[in-house]
Design a protein around this ligand. Structure first.
Ligand SMILES: [Zn+2]
Length: 652
């Protein structure tokens, strides 16, 4: 059998495979079309929870959740308080071996880029760029910001007001046909904080203690009204850091900021979104402010990459959505700025693959791209005609956006495969899909009513009372309920002899939940941990009871130990839009949940030596099957703890 000597692995988070097949049929995705003709394709089941850290780990280790222990974003700490946990966006807490370590054992030069569970690096000689996952970046100092003289109705943490006045004290001003104007701005706005991303990696301090100030001069160069903004560190036009006309992006602007006692070099970009002729409306978009170093192993590489391609902006493809700069802040420019960020990211990642190929001649390039997860959370549900916020006209605009997003993804894949040779195994895969959701379900109610879960009111919050709690939903996007067990848990009250009886009571309570509006049961499946072994569930980090919801319903409570009274005292079912921006989700559902064209299933597409051409599997495989299949095709051993099978019918 032919062996592959190199590997190009591109992970597409929450990519919707059925939408891709539809758009391939429409002729919009020529590179995917070619890969489907020249390679093998299958849908795949995630290992629950159908979430990001869990399944990028499953993909790279070949092991199920119970074995690798990466139970969603925040894992229960065994024997700790039942609400105690730790971030899984951290390679050190994975209990299985990664395929990239196996490849390195075989002398392969490995480059791992933006892979959620690859940081800190576990490989010794290869290259690791970033991780750990969108919104969790330890290298982001500030979220993006819009500077405007018209922030009136907008969130001031997303829109920073500027005052425009006559320019004073400037030198070297070019000949302006109207009286020169000026405004000032600084790197305002909050960076990511622990409250916004519970349990996720964040910088220890995002408070900038010393921030540079920038001066912007607004002038009329061509005589048809104000047309140019010149940004400078001083009121001196001879050394501008950006000269922008309406619609222009600046290059990367570098500066030093102080966080605590330390000084860091950061970089950001500007886009002049709007400049009206009379300067009565100015909108200046500022990208994330990110560190220009610290995100590469070896350490020195980040400087070289920043010089050649710009800095690593984790999740830049998800902007402006990730940053919460949404339509209410950016209006019509929202989608265009997003598409421009996607184009930037495509250039950066494909440029990086080439730069690292030239510099290090990698044998394996393994990367993750988060675009589709972000697009789907925000918009997928609005494509579904039974979603209560569905609007045919808006859905048609959204389909245009989706087509552009998938077309750009296809361009990206085209760029990435341009440089690979015939000995390279090309693998595209996703970690899960998404399905529409519009009903929030407060499952705590059913447990409280049966005396299984207890709270006491402290101010506006219900705080868990361990002395009366028999069953605790861990939350944090896990579908787990832990029994408060004597001898195991710090405040255990359930006698081990009653462990099973209490679990059956929990399961009954979950099945008893009914949506008062339509009589539906929101819980699709609830079972004891041992009964969920066929779903890869075992080990101390997995809950004693596991449950899955029906598509349409969601349970987005992060922390059940402290719940706002508006939830506990409110209706058990309410619009999901009350709880945040989600229109579609993945972690709540079974791996095969599907609603029309929208599926929670992942996919695998492979092309290269030893792979059948034009093969499409009828039934899904498990994502555990990917690592052993790659190992087999590359002639290396299986990762320790591998539990997957080689996808035999993919082989020539
Ligand atoms: Zn994901």
């Amino acid at each position: 059998m032919a062996r592959a000597s190199r590997l190009l692995f591109i992970g597409l988070d929450a990519f919707e495979p059925l939408i891709m097949l539809k758009l391939v049929d429409e002729g919009l995705m020529p590179n995917f079309s070619r890969l489907l003709k020249e390679g093998s394709f299958t849908l795949a089941y995630s290992s629950p929870p159908c979430d990001t850290p869990t399944n990028w780990t499953t993909i790279m280790t070949g092991s199920f959740t119970g074995t690798h222990g990466m139970t969603s974003f925040f894992a229960h700490k065994p024997h700790g308080e039942l609400n105690e946990g730790f971030s899984t966006l951290d390679s050190r807490v994975c209990e299985s071996e990664f395929l990239w370590n196996v490849l390195e054992d075989y002398g392969k030069r490995v480059a791992i880029v933006n892979y959620p569970v690859a940081w800190p690096p576990t490989i010794k000689r290869g290259i690791v760029i970033g991780g750990p996952a969108p919104g969790a970046s330890p290298w982001r100092v500030k979220w993006p910001m819009v500077y405007s003289n018209n922030c009136t109705t907008r969130d001031l943490n997303k829109c920073s007001p500027i005052t425009i006045k006559e320019a004073e004290g400037w030198v070297n001003i070019p000949n302006s046909r109207s009286k020169p104007l000026e405004f000032e701005f600084t790197l305002t706005g909050e960076g990511p904080t622990a409250e916004q991303t519970p349990g996720w990696f964040i910088r220890p301090s995002t408070k900038l203690t010393k921030v540079p100030k920038y001066y912007a001069l607004v002038i009329n160069l061509n005589g048809a009204g104000y047309d140019t903004v010149i940004v400078s560190r001083l009121r001196d036009v001879s050394s501008p850091i950006a000269t922008l006309k309406s619609g222009d992006w600046s290059g990367w602007i570098r500066d030093n900021v102080t966080v605590g006692d330390s000084s860091y070099e950061v970089a950001f970009r500007l886009k002049l979104v709007k400049l009206s002729n009379d300067a009565s409306l100015i909108e200046l978009y500022r990208s994330d402010v990110v560190l220009t170093s610290g995100w590469s192993a070896p350490v020195d590489l980040s400087g070289e990459i920043t010089d050649a391609l710009g800095p690593y902006v984790e999740g830049v493809e998800c902007q402006p959505d990730l940053s919460s700069i949404r339509e209410d802040v950016l209006g019509d420019d929202y989608f265009s700025i997003w598409l421009e960020n996607i184009k930037y990211s495509i250039g950066w990642y494909s440029g990086l693959a080439k730069l690292l190929k030239d510099r290090f001649n990698w044998d394996a390039f393994i990367m993750h791209y988060h675009l589709h997860d972000s697009v789907n959370h925000r918009f997928l549900g609005l494509l579904y005609d039974k979603h209560p916020s569905y609007n045919a006209e808006y859905a048609s605009r959204l389909w245009d956006f989706y087509r552009e997003v998938y077309r750009l993804t296809d361009d990206f894949i085209g760029e990435m495969i341009k440089y690979v040779d015939e000995d390279t195994l090309i693998v595209l895969a996703s970690d899960h899909g998404q399905v529409p959701a519009w009903r929030f379900i407060w499952i705590g109610d059913a447990l409280i009513k049966r005396g299984l879960l207890a709270y006491r009111l402290e101010g506006d919050y219900y705080v868990v009372d361990w002395s009366r709690t028999m069953a605790y939903p861990f939350g944090h996007t896990t579908p787990y309920i832990f029994i408060n067990l004597k001898g195991r848990d710090p405040h255990g009250i359930v006698d081990p002899r009653d462990y099973d009886a209490v679990r059956y009571e929990v399961i009954e309570a979950l099945y008893s939940i009914r949506d008062p509006e339509n009589g539906e049961h929101p819980v699709a499946l609830a079972l004891k941990k041992e009964d969920a072994e066929f779903l890869g569930q075992w080990g101390e980090r997995v809950g004693d009871v596991i449950y899955f919801l029906k598509p349409g319903y969601s349970n987005v409570v992060f922390d059940f130990s402290r719940v706002h009274k508006r939830i506990v005292d409110g209706p058990i079912v309410r619009p999901l839009s009350d709880m945040g921006f989600w229109t579609a989700l993945h972690h709540d559902y079974l791996p095969n949940a599907q609603v029309g064209l929208f599926t929670n299933e992942a996919f695998i597409l492979m092309k290269g030596p030893g792979i059948r051409k034009g093969f499409r599997r009828d039934k899904p495989v498990w994502l555990t099957d990917l690592a052993p299949t790659i190992a087999h095709l590359m002639g290396v051993r299986l990762p320790r703890n591998n539990e997957g099978n080689i996808i035999a019918d993919f082989l020539e």
